[in-house]
Ligand binder design. Structure first.
Ligand SMILES: C[S@@+](CC[C@H](N)C(=O)[O-])C[C@H]1O[C@@H](n2cnc3c(N)ncnc32)[C@H](O)[C@@H]1O
Length: 453
């Protein structure tokens, strides 16, 4: 009884926050998040919400909504079983339940798992106090489990307290989210093995020092790769993680098709379709290779570097396409706002429930939602096929111009020359293009010549 009173008190001692259009109860000792925080959050215990991960959760909601709306994962009308294997306080699963369109909610079976009891208690308490708009009352699909897992059904979310590796193997999930602290390597085998025949896997890795190669020994141990920390390190990090997922999948007779792969500040996040096929799995090495730096600052991908190139090579890594053009192409700012921002009516109801939310908060939150997907739709086509990557800061040296043109103007000029160009969503100013290198150089030089004339 004392315990219950204590937890009720602790629960009411915190304060309300809204992520996407979902109410989140923050602990009293967690400050109100600033909008669009950057960088790794300080871990402050089990009930802590990392606001820097909000954009990744927004994209997760959008991808799940897109899968149900466009039927690219399960057949029309069929259910989709989704698991957040390391759910912490459950913000992601609560957002799935609250923000995916109402008409698809009854098809969505959501499970949430974490080892941390206190985090799960917060999930349950918040979900009960601030229930989703649509009530979903699933029972477990008992034919899906070899033995029924222990857990509780909480208003449309099945909550389990297991080692993630057990939960991942317990049912054939079609959608799995892996969001550990640090590296996901310990969970990958179980995640792939547990997936349904056709499935979707989203993986977060915050060990960017290992993925980029700035921590060479960790990169070698965890990812079996060697890095070079230069302008291509972010892209390498994404490809090294994809490479490990692809080869892990191949060991279990599966192959991957990346849908969205991003270096998002302090973490890497990749989202891939995973299908069972021995033949395609056997072909995995045709998508694996190395990035060799050329003396003019560009690079090329090779299957195996020659001994003389090894010093200028990073890998092995995924050298296939990084995104799905159609799915990523639908991830627009309008879509993010439409799916993840509440109506005025809902906002009023939230305010009545105790949310302090000003006009300025609305403006910031909408800006943050837009930034979560900024540049994605425009880059989708190039990211799904062969392209070259440039860091804007490298252009002056490469072109011998001493300065770089404005990125937008450069894109216009490259497009006018008959090629495609787009900005890459990254904290650094990168762009991608299918123009040959000499065209990028001559265009840069011509633009700067005109601007100085
Ligand atoms: C980064 S947090 C997850 C954040 C969450 N997905 C979100 O979006 O808010 C990582 C979580 O993994 C949990 N965890 C760590 N090792 C685990 C394991 N072996 N099995 C289950 N949960 C584990 C921790 O308790 C922690 O809550």
């Amino acid at each position: 009884m004392v315990m219950a009173d204590d937890s009720a008190e602790a629960e009411s001692a915190g304060h309300l926050w809204m992520e996407g259009k979902t109410l989140v109860h923050l602990q009293a000792d967690q400050k109100r998040p600033t909008h669009m925080p950057r960088g790794p959050a300080k871990r402050t215990g089990p009930g802590f919400l990392n606001p820097a991960m909000a954009p990744a959760r927004t994209r997760s909601v959008l991808l799940l909504a897109d899968a149900l709306e466009h039927d690219w994962l399960v057949k029309p009308g069929h259910d989709l079983r989704a698991l957040d294997a390391l759910c912490a306080t459950g913000v992601r699963v609560r957002r799935w339940r609250n923000e995916v369109q109402d008409e698809h909610q009854q098809r969505l079976r959501i499970s949430a798992n974490d080892l941390d009891e206190a985090a799960l208690e917060r999930l349950k308490a918040t979900h009960e106090r601030y229930p989703p708009k649509t009530t979903v009352n699933h029972a477990l699909e008992d034919d899906r489990y070899e033995r029924l897992p222990s857990g509780t059904m909480e208003n449309g979310i099945f909550v389990m307290q297991n080692d993630a590796r057990i939960s991942l193997m317990e049912a054939a999930y079609q959608w799995v989210d892996l969001d550990p602290f640090g590296s996901p390597v310990n969970f990958l085998d179980a995640a792939v093995q547990g997936l349904s025949r056709i499935a979707f896997l989203e993986v977060t890795a915050t060990d960017t020092a290992a993925l980029t190669g700035s921590s060479a020994s960790s990169q070698q141990r965890r990812y079996g790769a060697k890095g070079i920390v230069d302008s291509y390190a972010h892209d390498d990090a994404v490809r090294v993680l994809l490479g490990l997922i692809a080869t892990t999948a191949a060991r279990h007779d599966r192959f991957i098709e990346p849908v969205l792969s991003l270096f998002d500040g302090h973490h890497v996040r990749v989202s891939v379709k995973v299908r069972r096929s021995r033949d395609e799995a056997s072909d995995v090495l045709s998508s694996m290779g190395w990035r060799v730096r050329e003396h003019d600052g560009t690079y090329r991908f090779v299957r195996h570097p020659d001994a003389e190139h090894l010093e200028r090579a990073s890998g092995p890594m995924w050298i296939g396409p990084l995104w799905d053009a159609e799915i990523a192409g639908r991830m627009t700012e309008e879509r993010a706002l439409m799916t993840c921002f509440p109506s005025e009516e809902t906002l009023d109801a939230y305010r009545a429930a105790g949310l302090e939310w000003s006009e300025a908060d609305t403006e910031y939150a909408q800006r943050e939602l837009r930034r979560s997907v900024r540049y994605i739709a425009e880059a989708a086509d190039l990211m799904s096929r062969d392209h070259s990557l440039y860091h804007m800061d490298d252009l002056p040296n490469m072109a011998g111009t001493g300065q770089a043109p404005k990125m937008e103007a450069l894109f216009e000029a490259i497009k006018a020359a008959g090629h495609a160009a787009a900005r890459l969503p990254d904290i650094d100013p990168f762009f991608i293009t299918d123009a040959p290198h000499d065209v990028v150089m001559s265009t840069t030089r011509a633009m700067l010549k005109h601007s100085t004339e």
